[in-house]
Design a protein around this ligand. Structure first.
Ligand SMILES: [Zn+2]
Length: 224
């Protein structure tokens, strides 16, 4: 028997209007407007945001953790301004082959509790990431591979404490080099693309070093 997720959510919210944590996973054509009932939510995980805007989130002022796996119709982050208690935000673009444009990331700059930002495939139309990195609580940032050295260096030159998140080389899980078995590193791609470059710490040591030096040079030139 197929259960209509709308019916389930309605029943849930009637049974317990104070529900704190909710996960909506792969519910086809799920109407996000019904989420407005859950005004006490602290944690929300949702696989696919079918809505045209994020406005429904503004009914959850206590929200601390938000994970939206796909949000293909969204280009406006303004509703995030209302989520003053938001601590962790994980968002993936809706279309895997392309970058998804968001007007601006600026509304996130108002969230002083935010400690984790994890974005994949999202790009700001105003070209700026600095104004979302103002939270004093930030301890974890992952902006995938869509920003150039110049953009990253410019964004953090007033926040050197964030530099560790933007060094150009990061480890890539447990993957090993096919040739020598050493760890594989991920090098940052170019702004506006999702061109990922990989390098083996052993076979491509010089390439990795050149990459790091290039970032350092850009960082220093901007900080001066
Ligand atoms: Zn190797």
């Amino acid at each position: 028997m197929r259960v209509d997720p709308k019916v389930v959510v309605k029943k849930l919210s009637q049974d317990d209007p104070n529900i704190r944590s909710l996960m909506v996973w792969h519910c086809k054509r799920f109407d996000v407007e019904v989420l407005r009932r859950f005004t006490e939510l602290r944690s929300l995980r949702i696989a696919y945001w079918y809505g045209e805007s994020l406005e429904a989130l503004t009914c959850m002022p206590h929200l601390e953790h938000l994970h939206i796996y796909m949000l293909p119709r969204i280009d406006d982050f303004t509703p995030f301004e209302k989520l003053k208690n938001l601590r962790a935000l994980t968002l993936n673009a809706g279309i895997w082959s392309d970058l998804q444009k968001i007007k601006t990331f600026a509304p996130l700059g108002q969230l002083t509790e935010l400690f984790l930002i994890d974005f994949f495939g999202l790009i700001p139309e105003d070209g700026r990431i600095d104004h979302m990195l103002t939270s004093p609580s930030l301890t974890d940032i992952n902006l995938a591979d869509v920003h150039s050295f110049t953009e990253l260096a410019a964004a953090i030159h007033r926040r050197p404490d964030l530099k560790r998140f933007f060094v150009p080389v990061q480890s890539w899980g447990d993957e090993k080099c096919e040739k020598c078995g050493a760890d594989i590193m991920r090098l940052l791609g170019l702004h506006g693309t999702r061109r990922r470059k990989f390098a083996c710490v052993q076979c491509h040591a010089k390439r990795i070093q050149d990459h790091e030096s290039a970032f350092e040079a850009v960082y220093k030139s901007i900080a001066l």
